[in-house]
Design a protein around this ligand. Structure first.
Ligand code: ADP
Length: 854
């Protein structure tokens, strides 16, 4: 180290403290990276790798990015799964004695990234932390919005919760690094970034740390008392945030404890199977339930809608409060339109406030915030009162910080420049000294014009001009031809090809005044801005409540808009276990089909005669669609949305389970059959008489008898356990169950045979399907005619109870080959030398006869 330059010594000291991050080391206008960081970053960012002397013999690999435009580079590295530590010069280089002091001011990680638009606006950016105890403590946080929550749960629940939240980063104690848990999480979220740390704090210390950090005397108000593991997880997470973000995040409130039991459980596979947030084909939102439902106008609303979708409620009153509001907006088209237009003018207030609180907001952000808050009075005026407790709550939360809005309005110009360090965004008339200094600058310009005119006249040099450049400051320029007329007091500064540049004491004095005015202007503007930003930070909680209220309003309006557009109805929620849907539709499939072509269907489930519905019918008949639409309608009712049906009465559910199709998880190292059975086992263990289960094709991954036996036993079990179930199956034998159990009913999805062609009617009818129609469907799919005909033949024989007669041409060929072998054998057995001519002729006849026979 001794031989290194001082700068490199400083670099290495800092790097040592952040071994797992790429260090962005500020040098003038650039962030530079060195050593391995440089090699890695140059590859990922596709920038040139150079080298720099470090004082010893070998040179050091180096690369850099402009500090003013570093965000896209940082985002790329973070997206590639790396952490970036930003090391700034923390004192003015002009005033520094010796080496400028540098410090890491922030570490950006995949779960903690406030840099611009890294994260899609309508997506949360969750950092999640797990603390292993008797139960698991779980805490999660979105630093961009300040949401912070915690709970305690068992391992299966934990995995479901992780699947629900889809965090970008998971924080775990070091000792879990090679654990089974990590492998299981990777199965669900292969892309997630893990950070392992030492969670040293003891339980009591963790609690004290949280109390101190949030300046509260007790955590009971946040539901955390008696939840030691949630506290531990929250403390570990907060510790990580403080360490990486440096500034205390004033927009954070203590984590709120939540009970899983407050929400309808959607496990990982159900969330996936029902394609709630994304489709299963390419993982995009297209074709998902969310894509149909999301007509929100703001990013905050978009995020909240997702939250509602994966956290459906289990409290009729709370659901009704949402439904009342949606119903009101469905009825009043004018109001809905007007409110939606107002909400559309609102920016992402949640994230703007967080940026302000974290010291990252710029003047543009504050102007956007102010513009958003300006719609509040009008919104408040329009919100109907006493219609729904939820609307009343929204109304109450729209506390308009008028003084504060006016202050931003009064201080900041309407369209501030991006680069606020250069000033130019504070209005005239706000600050006396600022106005004076600006006046000085403007006066200065006319003063220069006067000076130029005066000097031209005095020296008789007609093209003498006054100019400015960054290196020499102000100068008087005289072309070569007039040099002889230059007065004595001019001091030569610079020689150009056709001219000379001079300064004079008067000009220097002017320069000093203007430059210092410039500096001072920037200083004052910055000061005023920082004070404003601090005010926003101080009001973070109030503004966050406003943001939440606006987001909720946005979601309610969106649900109403979707209901009107797609003709949904208000579901009736009841406490009893019953699901009765009249003429229900699949919200996504109906959108994909030409308008009016989707065939609606009615379904009734209860714990009396319609507990398990066995649904048969050929492939492509629409069985899955009925199963899924029943689950989706049930889900929609639980989030407080209207539903695609003519009428729907939905009993409150504790869980929706689904086991659909042969989802191939071979990449996860489990065979299809194992996955199917594991999902099935989970359902049978957990389902209650308050659950809705949809099972699509159980037992396919094994032999017919095994599969049938399993499917049969599962259906029986669910009927006995009193679980409302829709069971689609190709095992026709299962339809016999209905005769044995009063709670089991047969249904089929109707098809018609028309001139030997199958026609799908998509109608759910009572009773078992009459035929299998598998061959017709195969024909529709384009199987060669010959194969289809042959299959029909075989089917007919099978149905008669006998084995099909084999008449493969292949087989015939095989016997031909066998004959060849015999002939060959016989020929080789002959010894022509020992045969008489007669014997030979006789043998020849024999062989010929043999060949003819074949
Ligand atoms: P199954 O599960 O019986 O194989 P699906 O439910 O997957 O059949 O339906 C197959 C296709 O039939 C769907 O993709 C859709 O295009 C169409 N379909 C299904 N149900 C309906 C319906 N009720 N109305 C119109 N088309 C439907």
């Amino acid at each position: 180290m001794a031989k290194l330059t001082p700068m490199f010594r400083q670099y290495l000291e800092i790097k040592e403290r952040y071994p797992d991050a790429i260090l962005f080391f500020r040098l003038g206008d650039f962030y530079e990276m060195f050593f391995d960081d440089a090699v890695l970053a140059s590859r990922i960012l596709d920038i040139t790798l150079t080298s720099r002397d470090k004082g010893t013999k070998e040179k050091v690999p180096m690369c850099g990015v402009p500090a003013a435009n570093a965000t896209p580079y940082i985002n790329r590295l973070v997206e590639a799964g790396y952490k970036v530590a930003i090391c700034e010069q923390v004192e003015d280089p002009k005033q520094a004695k010796g080496l400028v002091r540098r410090e890491v001011v922030r570490v950006i990680t995949p779960g903690l990234n406030l840099c611009g638009d890294f994260c899609a606006a309508k997506e949360h950016l969750f950092l999640l932390c797990v603390f292993p105890g008797k139960k698991y403590g779980l805490s999660y946080l979105d630093l961009t919005t300040g949401d912070f929550r915690a709970t305690e749960l068992f391992e299966e629940e934990l995995l479901n919760e992780i699947a629900r939240l889809e965090p970008k980063e998971i924080l775990l104690p070091e000792e879990l690094k090679d654990s089974q848990l990590v492998l299981r999480i990777k199965e669900i979220l292969p892309q997630v970034f893990f950070s392992f740390r030492n969670f040293l704090r003891a339980a009591r210390q963790a609690e004290e740390f949280l109390k101190e950090s949030f300046n509260v005397a007790d955590l009971a108000g946040f539901g955390l008392s008696g939840a030691p593991f949630a506290i531990q997880a929250s403390a570990a997470l907060l510790d990580y945030v403080f360490e990486t973000q440096k500034e205390k995040a004033s927009h954070l409130t203590p984590p709120r404890f939540y009970y899983l039991s407050s929400f309808l459980v959607l496990d990982e596979s159900t969330k996936r199977n029902l394609e709630i947030l994304r489709n299963n084909l390419d993982g995009s939102i297209k074709g998902s339930l969310l894509a149909v439902l999301d007509k929100t106008e703001t990013s905050m609303g978009g995020r909240l809608l997702k939250e509602w979708l994966v956290y459906p409620l289990r409290d009729i009153e709370a659901i009704e409060a949402r439904l009342q509001a949606v119903a009101y907006f469905v009825e009043d088209h004018g109001l809905r339109k007007e409110l939606r237009e107002l909400v559309a003018r609102v920016s992402d207030v949640e994230r703007l406030v967080s940026r302000a609180a974290m010291g990252l907001a710029n003047p543009r952000d504050l102007v956007a915030l102010k513009e958003s808050l300006k719609v509040l009075p009008k919104v408040k005026e329009l919100i109907p009162q006493k219609v729904s407790p939820l609307l009343d709550e929204i109304y109450a939360n729209l506390a308009i910080p008028q003084a504060f809005v006016s202050k931003i309005e009064k201080n900041l110009i309407d369209d501030p420049p991006v680069n606020f360090r250069e000033g130019g965004f504070i209005r005239e008339g706000v600050h006396q000294e600022l106005d004076e200094l600006r006046g000085l600058k403007t006066d200065g310009l006319s003063y220069l014009a006067q000076l130029e005119a005066r000097e031209r006249a005095r020296t008789g040099i007609p093209n003498l001009k006054i100019g400015y450049n960054r290196i020499f400051g102000y100068y008087i320029e005289v072309s070569k031809s007039h040099l002889s007329k230059v007065p004595e007091e001019y001091i030569r500064k610079q020689t150009l090809v056709g001219a000379e540049r001079f300064i004079t004491p008067e000009l220097k004095e002017f320069e000093a005044k203007v430059l210092s005015a410039d500096e001072r202007i920037k200083e004052i503007e910055l000061e005023l801005f920082l004070a404003l930003r601090q005010e926003v930070a101080d009001q973070a909680q109030v503004i966050k409540n406003i943001a939440r209220a606006l987001a909720t309003l946005d979601v309610l309006l969106s649900l109403a808009e979707v209901s009107v557009e797609n003709q949904y109805v208000r579901p009736k929620l009841v406490p009893e276990p019953v699901i009765e849907i009249k003429e229900g539709r699949h919200p996504v499939v109906e959108k994909a089909l030409p308008s009016g072509t989707f065939v609606p269907n009615s379904v009734r489930l209860d714990l009396e005669e319609n507990t398990v519905l066995i649904i048969t019918g050929p492939n492509m008949a629409g069985k899955s669609t009925i199963l899924r639409q029943t689950a989706l309608i049930t889900l929609l009712a639980h989030i407080g949305s209207f539903v695609p049906a003519e009428e729907a009465c939905i009993g409150l559910c504790d869980r929706i389970f689904s086991r659909i199709g042969a989802s191939d998880q071979l990449s996860r190292g489990r065979s299809t059959f194992m996955v199917e059975m594991a999902e099935c086992a989970n359902i049978l263990h957990q389902a209650t008489s308050r659950s809705l289960v949809i099972l699509d094709e159980i037992g396919r991954g094994t032999s017919t008898f095994d599969g049938l036996a399993i499917a049969w036993a599962v259906a029986e079990f669910l009927q006995k356990k009193q679980v409302m179930t829709l069971f689609a199956t190709h095992y026709h034998e299962l339809t016999e169950l209905a005769a044995e159990y009063p709670g089991i009913k047969n249904f089929n999805v109707a098809v018609k045979d028309f001139e030997d062609q199958i026609v799908f009617l998509y109608r759910l009818l009572p009773g078992p399907a009459s035929e299998s129609y598998g061959i017709q469907v195969a024909a529709l799919a384009g199987l060669p005619k010959e194969v289809v005909e042959r299959a029909k033949e075989i089917l007919a024989t099978l149905e008669k109870g006998s084995a099909p007669r084999i008449r493969h041409t292949k087989k015939q060929q095989k016997s031909l080959f066998a004959m060849d072998d015999i002939l060959k054998h016989q020929l080789l057995a002959l010894n022509p030398d020992k045969l008489t001519p007669l014997e030979a002729l006789q043998k020849l006849y024999e062989l010929r006869a043999l060949a003819e026979k074949s």
